[in-house]
Design a protein around this ligand. Sequence first.
Ligand code: NDP
Length: 285
Amino acid sequence: MATVINGKEIAANIRSEIAKETEDLKKEKGIIPGLAVVLVGEDPASKVYVGMKEKACIESGFHSKEHKLSAETSEEELIALIKSLNADDKIHGILVQLPLPDHINETRVLETVSPSKDVDGFHPYNVGCLLVGKPSFQPCTPYGIIKMLEQIGIEIEGKEAVVVGRSNIVGKPIALMLLQKNATVTVCHSRTKNLKEKVKSADIVIAAVGKPEMIKGDWIKPGAVVIDVGVNRVGDKKLVGDVEFEAASKVASAITPVPGGVGPMTITMLLYNTLYSAKQKAGIC
Ligand code: NDP
């Protein structure tokens, strides 16, 4: 039976280190890490995520500023707000909650966020840094996966890693991060042929598709490590991942559950990146 990777516990440990470092930064340099979260419109899931981010900031001792804008906000108004946050010394990280309403050009908005406050790691400058291996803000979900693998002592170097999904926020960046750590990486997507065979060859499987239990237990190589990023609601309440958890956990050596696996790491890495930004401002990293 696979070890079930406890993302909640790993995240809680990292968060307590973040809270401690935040306290020290306050005492030694008088700096409080500040995160601005911008929400446009009334999307219920986005409201929940923004609430969770604010709560996490408060628990870590951060200064948190929420900007809730109506769905009718124009692109120019949103861009003006981001420019003012770029210039605000109390703010070290800016997060624009996605998706944005259809009348707003997401790319233009994300490119307005100063790369030095882009704690989501979505600005093309930071994406480019990730590509060439230069230190930068790394997107929170894939960065959380790497931290998680490191914390539980999974060796990445020399492993065959198969990433299913090629989105800009999960699939592509995790593939680059694994490559950086010397894995041999295969990226699969909706046009990939023989997906089952590809997954079967993997020592590390990253599933980021968004299709409930699409990756079957008998696709997993015995002893593989399975990281399930997918969050899919089935029926009224139940959340499942992209991997058939019960069957896969009989074959894998370690596997993340859904919920309680990758999810808690994402907000944790947002805090981590914001603290890093504040430390950079203080000239200590
Ligand atoms: P996207 O919808 O942006 O990307 C999905 C990817 O899956 C695409 O690259 C798509 O391929 C690929 N895909 C779709 N169908 C298949 C198929 N049949 N076979 C192989 N590949 C397929 O999703 P995200 O990357 O944003 O998110 C993926 C999942 O992770 C979602 O469930 C999301 O909710 C979850 N998530 C969880 C987070 C967390 O914190 N736990 C954070 C972010 C996401 P193609 O490019 O060809 O269309």
